[in-house]
Write a protein that binds this ligand. Structure first.
Ligand code: SDX
Length: 430
């Protein structure tokens, strides 16, 4: 930490407050305001727009330049050269694995892909038409009932095994959510397959037919998981950290992350993008929807556009668009009408002053839904896919926090409610 200082003059205080100012290896400096409470004052930052909640070494984002680094490696290079499990290793341990380390890690994950047979009974409590995110949140939270006693979060090995279990089991549970919704039998993982291929196998194969996973689609599925792996202190990762700061079971923490991701302003946006494209229906309707997105009196927003941090292209969106081209080409869907509408919508929005002035660019969710639909995945499963990819990011941040010095997260508030007043018996009220 540097010996820089920030000086704060507060009306009503005689002294100028000196606050430590720290610089990271990348990104803006931060001002340590932890001692302000002792001075009888809080900072105020609803939505944490200007607040660094922690120190982290996992992911760096430069929103103005559209840069995303995982442990220093650009997302574009990882998407091109790496795969999801190797990126999981990188996010968890901080370095790319050697050949031997990768082989051990991949084989270890394979040994945890099955879930306890009792888990399948949890699904039966849900209606078949329950939203898969509700099912996934419930089932992942239920995993804490299977491992709670054998889990000491202060034990590094216990944390590592919890990480293995979650990375390995989340695709299995995600596919079970889908199979349950369509009334087909659950498919067991096939550990001869890669991570992406195994997921498509569990999603679309049945016991009646030999496995038939297209390797191009499997690679695309793996890349979609990789592109969703982590994204600094986003809403769901912050939910995982806050939940974990109380010492909660890691499976319960990941369930908290799944719940936070579900919202349409966050991970639910990919499902909302596809619904929006379907509602637009034809390129001739685009201008009407652009006008609605700009209308302050209309709650409609262009889903898949804008970002709290990126004020440039989301680098993941560029890779996702390339993957979209690949998948549609492989499936002979180059003229997919939704893809055409999406490309036209992007082109118009990027030229419209409203979006340009507000630096609203396509984000990771804009193209992912088109790929997932082309893969045969229904829109209500899109955020389940996002959660499956993001699980490693949640676990890596949870592990980073628990393995370091941390305190229970406990924000304060600006109170504007009633001042102290005495109770009025009901027969004395107006
Ligand atoms: C993800 O944080 C992460 O890292 C998240 C994520 C991850 O990997 O974890 O990247 C994943 O959540 C991506 C974002 C997915 N969400 C959507 O695509 C939903 C649509 N986007 C918006 O809801 C919005 O852009 C947010 C929520 C993403 C960001 O909102 P902010 O930062 O709070 O911005 P804002 O609401 O203050 O908007 C600033 C201005 C406003 O207009 P003015 O008041 O200045 O006139 O931009 C406008 C907004 O009305 N605006 C939009 C818009 N997004 C912002 N107008 C039309 N369409 C949009 N999509």
């Amino acid at each position: 930490m540097s010996d820089k200082k920030a000086r704060l003059h507060v009306d009503g205080m005689s002294e100028v407050l000196e606050l430590p100012q720290y610089e990271g290896t990348l990104g803006p400096d931060v001002i340590d305001v932890r001692n302000l409470t002792n001075k009888g004052i809080f900072t105020y930052d609803p939505g944490f727009i200007s607040t660094a909640s922690c120190e982290s070494k996992i992911t760096f984002i430069d929103g103005d330049k559209g840069i995303l680094l995982h442990r220093g490696y650009p997302i574009e290079q990882l998407a091109e050269e790496s795969d999801h499990l190797e990126t999981c290793y990188l996010l968890l341990y901080g370095e790319l694995p050697t050949v031997a380390q990768k082989e051990i890690f991949v084989n270890t994950i394979k040994k945890h892909t099955m879930v306890h047979e009792q888990i399948s009974f949890f699904f039966r409590g849900f209606r078949r038409d329950a939203h898969p995110m509700a099912v996934m949140c419930g089932v992942v939270g239920a995993l804490s009932a299977f491992y709670h006693d054998s889990l000491d979060i202060k034990n590094e090995r216990h944390r590592e095994i919890a990480a293995f279990r979650l990375i390995a089991k989340i695709p299995t549970i995600a596919a079970m959510c889908y199979k349950y919704s369509i009334g087909q039998p659950f498919m067991y993982p096939d550990n001869r397959l890669s991570y992406g291929a195994n997921f498509l196998h569990m999603m679309f194969d049945t016991p009646c037919e030999p496995s038939n996973v297209n390797p191009v689609l499997a690679r695309a599925m793996d890349r979609i998981f990789l592109l969703h792996a982590d994204h600094e202190q986003n809403a769901s990762t912050s939910a995982v950290r806050l939940t974990g700061s109380s010492g909660a079971n890691p499976f319960a923490c990941i369930a908290a992350g799944i719940a936070a991701l579900w919202g349409p302003a966050h991970g639910g946006a990919n499902e909302a993008v596809l619904n929006m494209l379907n509602e637009i229906g034809d390129e001739k309707n685009i201008d009407k929807f652009i006008a609605r997105a700009k209308d302050k009196d209309d709650p409609f927003r262009l889903m898949g556009f804008g970002h709290r941090v990126y004020k440039n292209f989301d680098p993941r969106a560029k890779v996702m668009k390339q993957t979209c081209d690949e998948v549609l080409g492989e499936l002979g869907l180059e003229n997919d009408p939704l893809f055409r509408i999406a490309k036209r919508l992007e082109q118009i929005a990027l030229e419209d002053p409203y979006f340009v002035e507000r630096k609203l660019y396509p984000n990771v969710d804009f193209y992912s839904g088109i790929i997932l639909k082309a893969l045969g995945i229904p829109a209500n499963m899109f955020t389940v896919i996002f959660a499956t990819g993001r699980t490693i990011g949640w676990i890596a941040h949870w592990n980073e926090m628990i393995s370091g010095d941390y305190r229970i997260g406990r924000p304060r508030q600006l109170y504007t409610g009633a001042t102290k007043r005495d109770y009025v018996p009901i027969d004395k009220r107006g």
